[in-house]
Design a protein around this ligand. Structure first.
Ligand code: HEM
Length: 391
């Protein structure tokens, strides 16, 4: 059976608010080709999970994305099997739960303290620019081993890489920007290896460069770049989403102030509710079927984890933020061999350190007008502003 095509869905609609579209697709056509995206969209939780757990049939090596051009490299996210594992395992020990606890907790705590200390009380601030963005940038810079990069540089590089990796139209200026950012990142990485700050040996760069049998230098560099491109937005967006959820559901906020151990649940619920990385692409390596629809070899399917996380078969009222929901499993960190490397780090940064510190310091913080908050994004999604008054 041939899968249906939906000519009406536009990228603009998806960027503005994809959730009503996904709800309709889950009900009417959970396997659908969307020409505006150039992919077959897969919106049901059971299907997105199955696809990601079967890398032989659904390869991460999609040669038709601008990612390779943007990064100047074929990164680990576009590799499969042994080839992928070798690059992944080279960097992963720097972000293991043990390493996060032993080495990075203290570092993250001092960044959080310093960045919270400088937040003004009693007047409206944009939490995005005043805290969420710089805090994510600083923590990730330290863990990667490139602390000489400024918060502004890290955030700019990250955005430029994301824009370049999504530059399906091949706009030359976007690739000029990635070329410039790649040059700056290359210099910063080389400088960090020479200067070795106090935690360098534990960092992603330190662990990879001093391994007994290190991977090639170009792969070390592209591993660092993938963590810059894919490790800044997500903690930034998820801390804002958690705050939005709590400050628009005051019963949940009150419960959390009573019981700070609930911050973990609040963070997980926020990434389920609005997945910071909403979609992933996989290339089909052999003729197959999904829900009875024939998918020919070579087609690219897009797993929509944002939609999976709201699936009516799994969640009741999935569109609502509810830290007490019974089913807490979600797919926001992915599934299978490409499962997010920064999961423990993000939980520590946000659920264990930043949120408790923020509520301790500003127990009466307010979101005066939730309608001022703008949400954007199809590939990556989150609030693009968060006007808070801290008290
Ligand atoms: C709330 C925070 C985060 C979320 C929701 C998130 C989400 C994800 C998802 C969905 C994937 C899988 C993509 C796919 O299957 O194609 C992924 C992969 C990855 N993430 Fe995260 N991420 C977060 C934070 C971070 C941080 C802080 C870092 C590092 C500093 C990081 C590093 C990575 C890396 C290196 C990969 C690629 C792993 C591989 O291909 O083997 N992430 N992330």
């Amino acid at each position: 059976m041939m899968y249906p095509t939906d000519e009406n869905i536009t990228i603009d609609q998806l960027v503005l608010d994809p959730y009503p579209i996904y709800r309709r697709l889950r009900a009417e056509s959970p396997v659908v080709s969307v020409p505006a995206v150039g992919r077959i969209l897969i919106t049901k939780a059971a299907d997105t999970q199955k696809i990601k757990m079967n890398p032989e049939l659904f390869s991460s090596d999609d040669p038709n994305t601008p990612m390779e051009r943007a990064f100047g490299a074929k990164t680990l996210m576009r590799r499969d099997g042994e080839d992928h594992m070798r690059l992944r395992q080279a960097m992963m020990p720097s972000m293991s739960p043990g390493q996060v606890k032993r080495v990075w907790s203290e570092q993250i705590e001092s960044v959080a303290t310093e960045y919270i200390d400088r937040l003004p009380k009693g007047r409206k601030i944009d939490f995005f620019t005043e805290f969420a963005g710089p805090f994510s940038a600083r923590c990730v810079a330290i863990v990667l081993g490139i602390p000489s990069a400024s918060d502004a540089d890290i955030q700019r590089w990250s955005q430029v890489l994301i824009d370049g990796a999504g530059n399906f139209g091949g706009i030359p200026e976007l690739f000029e920007k990635t070329d410039d950012a790649n040059r700056e990142m290359d210099e910063c990485i080389a400088h960090s290896i020479k200067t070795r700050d106090s935690t360098f040996e534990f960092s992603a760069l330190g662990i990879q460069t001093s391994a007994a049998d290190p991977i090639e230098y170009e792969h070390i560099v592209s591993n660092i770049k993938i963590a810059i491109g894919g490790g800044i937005n997500e903690p930034r967006d998820s801390i804002m989403t958690t705050l939005f959820g709590l400050l628009t559901n005051l019963d949940q906020r009150d419960a959390i102030i009573e019981k700070p151990e609930l911050f973990g649940q609040a963070f997980e619920e926020s990434v389920r509710w609005v997945a910071p990385i909403q979609v992933s692409s996989r290339r089909v390596t052999d003729n197959t079927q999904i829900r009875g629809f024939d998918i020919p070899k070579g087609k690219v399917v897009m797993t929509i984890q944002a939609s999976a996380n709201h699936d009516e078969d799994v969640y009741e009222d999935g569109h609502k933020f509810n830290i007490f929901r019974k089913n807490k499993r979600h797919q926001a960190f992915g599934n299978g061999p490409h499962f997010c490397m920064g999961t423990h780090l993000s939980r520590r940064m946000i659920a264990d350190i930043a949120l408790p510190m923020l509520f301790d310091r500003f127990p009466n913080m307010e979101l005066p007008d939730p309608s001022e908050v703008k949400w954007r994004g199809f590939g990556f999604r989150g609030p693009i502003n968060l006007p808070l008054v801290l008290n």
